[in-house]
Design a protein around this ligand. Structure first.
Ligand SMILES: Nc1ncnc2c1ncn2[C@@H]1O[C@H](COP(=O)(O)OP(=O)(O)OP(=O)(O)O)[C@@H](O)[C@H]1O
Length: 772
């Protein structure tokens, strides 16, 4: 670098920050004005809309005016929040305006251009880009290109330029702390610095140090099905969050954050990643865990969570595992689809709709309506027609009931005030005669009375998906490898669980699929992108269902087959093939990430040795202590050692996580140590990660990272099956700087038989069992 460069760059930083600060001042004024405007519209709205919602008794009659008012309020609120977000972005820029510079020479130009790249663009009054947003097409060469001829994609097609220089900056509080020129994607030095820091309470964006292969994930705009298989700590989650920010920028006019859904592994994770998009000036996408999603769709039932299943699956026999695998397969969903498509009117489980303890519409009557529609129509279309017909009949009944004696009686007892509320929005001149007015009120009364029937039709309560699904399970001829008796038992279990308002996870997606495919409802066509993190924990059946209901969404599935808990590992290529077959997608793409960034070189080297094909994993070269295995021969001594280790680790690290195989072990540890240290036991209802010592079962640690990890009881007794390799690997790869494993008794063969180089770990072995 030429002498004087640092000074020149710092002068530029100073001048840009001055301009940003001036813009902040102006934006504050804009924000104040927008806030006043929102307040005015809101006051206006509440004055105009003091409607008694209980009286609005027909969904079809929602006032258009009300909707318009609501629209104004939300538009102003949105406007205000856009300015607020912009202000926050400017504040961030005023601290650190950019992190990169590229010098390019376009063909036919004689002087090079210097472009600076930051988290957002900053443009002066003359439309000069003082900072380019990292998502701008030209910025891609900062991440991808090495010096020389480079290409980049713009909305107008591919362009090429000559990349003359790539410079990286670390700017904090307006001061350049470090800067260097590089030929690499993003030099190791910057990355070393970013990765060497202590774990934050929430995840940080990686915008300044995105790696080339991560950039491919972020900027993909073509795939309908994008599958990212990446080793632990390879930046999958980071990349998809950056991708969401990229997509929102790329499709500013046609995509909003609410049209993007992320299915996340647990609530802790949802909170953990919640700062990334706002730090990039974007709103968060919708986030939901699978358990929340199912419980929302099965109101009144408790759906087994993925965590309940981990806890229970530890006791499944081979026959049960075979059934579980079949129920999670694409084949099972195909069998179910075939069954549903071949249902005749006589096969459908119609229910009576009751009113005051008596059938208002009998199931047989409903069936007779359904039967009238031609069988060449889809079941869902016939159902919809049946439903509309029922509503028409109900309306007729309402109309013919308005002169019944009970209505007259009620009308006579109506208070003035009640009449006024019922007439809200109506003027006397709207009625031709007094009879008209009376009929209007009578209709309202009858509608209210029959509301329960309307709701039952509207909610498809005339059809019983639970019974239908049971019928399906019972009529199925299962393949030879499935034990028939156990299969029937599982159908009985399903029915028994329903009695107790319980649904097991295996049945949740197929059951919803039965309901939605038959009724034609439950689909959400507004969602444009679906992201699934930790996809290895989803069954293909669940993915098929999600594909069915989010039919307009592009799918982004992110996972690490090696981190599958209690399940055999599936090769990424095979997985993509299975998904392509099940989804029937046109443009699918598999991106594999092999380099692990989270952990030190020593931890990654140890963790990858646990896996049969772990040598495909590449460790990032950040140095730290080698992992340690502590072997003790009884719980009491092991707990003593655990306490010593926690104490040492807390001296050097912000978070020390003791990760166990299951909740029972986590509770045991918590009760053994919480008097000695301020300890937090986490369960699946927790949303935040405290600092200090925390105890949690492995499935809650998914997607998270900790400065120091202590894996509890990696003994041969506790880790006795090959199916637990993923569990062990997941525990080890949660550690950023330090990893210690404690074994109560002989160490698991998953570790002793693994090909771990001797110098890659330390062992602290109690010489013999005290009992011997
Ligand atoms: N390009 C990068 N620049 C800086 N940090 C990075 C980069 N890529 C990944 N990291 C860091 O590495 C760690 C792991 O990233 P992330 O959690 O996204 O990985 P993952 O593949 O989702 O991991 P896992 O599957 O193990 O949960 C995080 O601390 C993240 O900030």
């Amino acid at each position: 670098m030429e002498p004087g460069e640092y000074k020149k760059e710092q002068t530029r930083v100073d001048s840009i920050i001055k301009k940003i600060k001036a813009r902040i001042k102006k934006t504050r004024v804009d924000l104040h004005r927008a806030h006043q405007e929102t307040k005015k519209v809101q006051q206006n709205y509440s004055a105009n809309t003091s409607v008694n919602y209980f009286e609005v008794d027909d969904r079809i009659e929602t006032s258009a005016e009300l909707q318009q008012q609501r629209g104004l309020v939300s538009r102003d609120l949105e406007n205000e929040s856009i300015i607020k977000r912009h202000l926050n972005t400017l504040k961030d820029l005023s601290n650190s305006p950019y992190f990169g510079r590229i010098d390019i020479l376009d063909p036919d130009e004689s002087t090079p251009e210097n472009l600076y790249i930051g988290t957002a663009s900053f443009v002066d009054q003359n439309q000069n880009f003082l900072i380019y947003d990292w998502r701008a097409p030209i910025a891609s060469i900062y991440y991808n290109g090495t010096l020389g001829k480079v290409h980049y994609t713009t909305p107008a097609g591919q362009l090429s330029t000559d990349l003359l220089k790539k410079r990286q900056f670390q700017i904090q509080d307006g001061k350049i702390n470090n800067m260097f020129d590089t030929n690499e994607t993003v030099g190791d030095e910057m990355l070393q610095h970013a990765l060497g820091e202590q774990n934050d309470e929430t995840m940080q964006n990686i915008v300044a140090t995105i790696q080339s292969e991560q950039n491919d994930i972020i900027r993909d705009t073509k795939s309908d099905l994008l599958v990212v298989q990446g080793v632990a700590g390879s930046g999958k989650t980071s990349a998809i969050l950056q991708r969401i920010a990229f997509l929102l920028y790329h499709s500013r006019s046609s995509l909003v954050a609410d049209q993007i859904v992320l299915l996340s592994p647990n609530k802790l994770f949802s909170h953990y990643i919640s700062d990334v998009l706002p730090s990039l000036g974007e709103r968060n996408m919708r986030q939901v865990t699978l358990a929340e999603f199912f419980n929302h769709r099965f109101e009144g039932f408790h759906v087994q969570s993925i965590f309940d299943r981990y806890e229970n699956q530890q006791t499944q026999n081979n026959d049960q595992i075979a059934i579980h695998e079949y129920k999670g397969s694409a084949q099972f969903m195909a069998d179910l689809t075939k069954y549903i498509n071949n249902l005749s009117a006589a096969d459908i489980d119609f229910n009576d709709i009751n009113f005051r303890g008596k059938p208002f519409f009998t199931g047989e009557f409903i069936r007779s309506i359904f039967e009238k529609y031609p069988s060449r129509m889809l079941t869902a279309q016939r159902m919809l027609k049946t439903k509309n017909q029922l509503i028409r009949i109900l309306k007729k009944r309402i109309h013919s009931s308005i002169h019944e004696p009970w209505v007259n009686e009620e009308l006579e007892t109506l208070s003035e005030e009640r009449i006024r509320t019922m007439m809200k929005g109506k003027q006397l001149r709207d009625f031709q005669s007094q009879d008209d007015e009376r009929d209007f009120l009578a209709t309202k009364l009858v509608k209210r009375e029959y509301r329960i029937i309307y709701d039952a039709i509207y909610n498809n309560n005339f059809f019983d998906p639970y019974l239908q699904y049971t019928d399906f399970l019972n009529q199925l001829t299962v393949e030879a490898h499935i034990n028939e008796e156990q299969w029937h038992q599982s159908a009985i279990n399903f029915a028994n669980q329903l009695e107790n308002h319980q649904i097991s996870l295996d049945n949740a997606a197929p059951l919803l699929y039965t309901r939605d495919l038959i009724t034609g409802e439950g689909r959400n066509r507004a969602i444009k992108y679906l992201f699934i993190d930790e996809m290895q924990d989803y069954s293909i059946a669940q993915l098929v269902y999600l594909r069915f209901i989010f039919s307009n969404a592009k799918f982004n599935l992110i996972g690490d087959s090696e981190q599958a808990l209690f399940k055999a590992v599936e090769k990424p290529n095979q997985l993509l093939k299975n998904l392509n077959n099940a989804f029937g997608t046109r443009h699918s793409r598999l991106i594999t990430l092999r380099k692990s960034y989270r952990s030190t070189y020593q931890i990654t080297t140890f963790a990858k040795s646990l896996l049969p094909d772990g040598n495909e994993i590449e460790a990032f070269n950040r140095q730290g202590p080698v992992p340690e295995i502590i072997v003790r021969y009884d719980n009491e001594v092991a707990i003593q050692s655990l306490k010593t280790v926690i104490k040492e680790q807390l001296n050097d690290n912000g978070t020390v996580a003791i990760i166990t195989k299951n909740m029972a072990e986590a509770k045991f540890i918590y009760h053994s140590i919480h008097r000695n240290f301020k300890t937090t036991l986490l369960d699946d209802a927790d949303r935040t990660l405290p600092k200090g010592a925390i105890v949690l079962p492995v499935y809650l640690a998914k997607g998270l990272e900790f400065d120091s990890v202590i894996g509890w009881d990696v003994s041969a007794t506790n880790y006795n099956s090959n199916q637990l390799v993923g569990t062990l690997y997941t525990i080890a790869t949660r550690a950023m700087h330090s990893l210690i494993l404690i074994s109560v008794g002989a160490v698991s063969p998953l570790i002793t038989k693994a090909n771990i180089p001797n110098e890659s770990f330390k062992i602290d072995h109690q010489l013999s069992s005290p009992n011997k």
